[in-house]
Design a protein around this ligand. Sequence first.
Ligand SMILES: [Zn+2]
Length: 469
Amino acid sequence: MLIRHAEVSGTRPLDVRVVDGVITAIAPALDAESGERVLYAAGGALLPGLHDHHLHLFALARAADSVSCGPPDVSTVAQLEDALVRSSAADVGSDPWIRGIAYHESVAGDLDRDRLDVWLPERPARVQHRSGALWILNSAGLAAIGVRAESETPPGVERDAAGRPTGRLFRLDAWLRERMGSSPLPDLTAVGRRLAEFGVTGLTDATVSNGNTELAALVDAVNRRALPQRLVVMGTRELGVPDHPDIERGAVKIVLAETELPTFDELVAEIASAHAAERPVAIHCVARSELILAAGALAAALVHPGDRIEHAAVAPPESLELVKSLSVTVVTQPNFVRERGDAYRVDVTPRDRSWLYRCRAFLEAGIPVGGGTDAPFGDPDPWAAMRAAVDRRTLGGAELGRDERITPEQALALFTTTAQAPGGAVRRVAAGERADLCLLDRPWADARETLDASHVIATFRDGVSIGAS
Ligand SMILES: [Zn+2]
C-alpha cells in the first residue's frame, strides 16, 4: 500500500509505503509499484494508531444492551423511571433480566430493592452503579438468584437492621454471575468496529476478574478478526499466557476499595506474590487513602517493571512525591473530568478538587502517564478524553483543575505510547515501524484545535484497514 500526500510528524506532503504490515519507506515522492494499492491522504496527518490503556471490553459490549441510568442520559428521578419502565415493556427475548448501568446518586439518591420494585415489580432487574462496585437488584432479581432473608450470603450482600437483604450487592460481580447462571460472553464485533473508527489499534483490558475463560474468548475474537485491535489482557493471578502473537498477558489487577482496604502487610504480600510470578501489578486507586496505601505497599514490595497505578483519581501533593519516588506509571482518565466533573464539583471536598485526575502535575514531576477511557464506565472515545485533558471542561461547561491542562500533543501522547509502557516513548510513524496507523482528514495543526474523532478517516493495523469513515 502507498499512502500519498500525508503529513508525517508535521512534514507534508510525504508518501508512505507499507509492505507486509511494516512501514518501509517515507519520502516526498514514491512511485507506485505495479499492483500497489494507492490511497490519497490529501495532506491529512498520519498518526500512530491509538492505544486505550484501560478499558473493559465485555462490559462495553454488554452496555449496548443495557439501560443507561445515569448522567448525562438520565439526570432526574422522572427520567430514570421512564427509562426503566420503558425497558420493562420491551421484548423479553431469551433474557428476562433488565440490566441498568451508570447509576449515580445524583439521579435519585441511594437505590435499593424497594425503590426499584415500584418501577419494576415483575421482571428481574439489576442496576449497576457507575463506579462498577455496586449492583442494586429488585425483589424479582433477588428471588431469581435465590437470595432470601434466611439465605447464607457473602459479606457484600447488604442487609437492613432486621436482616432483610436490601438488594445492594457490593463488589460481588463474580458471585452474581455465578448465581445468574453462565450467560455467554458477548460478541465483540461491534465494539471492535466502533473503536477502530476512533483510530484505536490497541487495547488494554483492565478487568480484575479476567481469567482463562475470558482470555479464550478474546483470543477467539482476535482470530476471527471480530476484534481487529491488538490486546493486552490484565486479570487474575491465574490468567495464562495467551497463545497468540497479537495478545499479551498484562498485569495482575488489584482493586482497592476505601470501605474495605486490606492491611498494609496483606497488600505487600499480594504485590510480592504477583512479582514472584513475573507479573507486574496494576492497582486501582480512586480515593486519596487508596493511593497512599498502594504507593506505600509498592515501595515495600519493591517495584517491578510494568507496575501501574490505575486512575490515581485524587492525587494530593504528598502522594505525587511518593509516586514519583517509585517510578511507576499512572494510567488516568481525563474523560471523567468532562463526564463526571459536574458531580465532582458537588461531591468532592474542596481540598481534593484540585487533585482530581491530574495530568500536568504528573508529567511535570516526571511520572509516566498513560491514558485510558475506562469504557464502559467512561465514554470510549479517546478524542473526547484528549479534549478534556486539554480544556478541563465539564459537560456543564465548568472548568475543573485548570492547572492540570496539557497541550494537544501531550494529550495525544497519552494514547500513542506502546502498550507495554504507557507514558513512555511515543510510537513514531517511521520506516521500520509497524503500520498501526490512524489517518486524519486534515493536518495536525488544524486537528489539534478540535481533537474530534470525526477527523479520523482511516485506521490500519499491520497495514490492513480496520476502520474508515
Ligand atoms: Zn476500569
